[in-house]
Design a protein around this ligand. Sequence first.
Ligand code: ATP
Length: 296
Amino acid sequence: MTAVLSARSLGKRYGRRWALTDCDLDVPAGHVVGLVGPNGAGKSTLLNLAVGLLTPTAGSIEVLGAPAGATMEKVGFVAQDTPTYARLSVADHLRLGARLNPDWDKTLAEERIGRLRLDPSQRAGRLSGGQRAQLALTLGLAKRPDLLMLDEPVAALDPLARREFLQDLMEAVAEQELSVVLSSHLVSDVERACDYLIVLVDSRVQVSGEIDHLLATHHRITGPRREAKSLPRDQFVVGESHTDRQSTFLIRTEQPILDPAWTVSQLTLEDLVLAYLGRRTETDPPAARPVLEVQR
Ligand SMILES: Nc1ncnc2c1ncn2[C@@H]1O[C@H](COP(=O)(O)OP(=O)(O)OP(=O)(O)O)[C@@H](O)[C@H]1O
C-alpha cells in the first residue's frame, strides 16, 4: 500500500493535556478516505499535524513521503469552519491562491466560481456558510494537490447544502487524480462520499479498510445462546448481546459462515461504525462515552 499519510507513535500535547497519544495510522493513496470519530477523538489535531500547522510532541508524521509540512505545495487543506478572509472578496481569494501556489489552476478556479454562481466581487464575510465552504473547496482544488484534506467541511451546512458540497467534491475527485481525507462525525457523509474508512477513537484506529470490503466481511449473526469463545477462530467478535435464550454477535470474518444455527444479516456502515465505537467504550463509565452523530 502506498501511503499518502503515515503516523507513527504520534502524540500532541497542549499544555498538560494530550490531544493525541501514540497514534499509528496509514492513509492509502488513491482513495477518498473517511476519517470518522466522535468529538475529541483527535481528528483535527491529526490533520493539523499533517499540514504542519502543529508540530508533534512525540512520534512522527509523514505526508506524501516527506515530513509533514515539507510538501505543502502538493497538499490542499480545508480546515474546520472553512476559514476565509472575511474582508477579502471571492476574486481576491483567487488572486491570493494564484500568488501562493505554483501549480494554481486559474481556469478550474474561475469555472467553479462561475458554476457555483458566486459573485467574484462579494466579500467572503458576506457569503453563506455553504458558499464559504465551496470557496474554500475551490481554493483547495485549484491548488492541484496530490492530497486534499478536509476537516469536517460540511458540519455547519444544512442537509441539502451538505449533499451538494459532497456531490461536488466527488465530481472534482473523479476529474482530478487525487487522494482525499475527509474528517467527519457524520456516518452518512462518509457513506455518500468515501470509499475507504478509518475509525479513530481516542487516538486509536479501531478499524480501517475499503468500505465495500468492510461491509462484505462484517455480519450480524443471531442464534441460540452461546459464548463468544465458542465461535470459530476466524470470526472476530466486534460486539455481542445476549438474552436468556438468544445471542447476537457482530463479527468480522473473511470466511463463509457455515453454522446453520445462525441467522446472518448484513450491516449498514452506521451499524459497523457504531459497533467499533461501542467496543471501545464498553469498559468506560457512561459519562465518558463518545457521541457519534448519525444524520440522514
Ligand atoms: N488548542 C487546544 N488546547 C487544549 N486542548 C485541545 C486543543 N485542541 C484540541 N484539544 C483537545 O484535544 C482533544 C482532541 O481534539 P480534536 O479537536 O483533535 O478532536 P476532533 O476529533 O477533531 O473533535 P471534533 O469532532 O469535535 O472536531 C480534545 O480532548 C480537545 O479538547
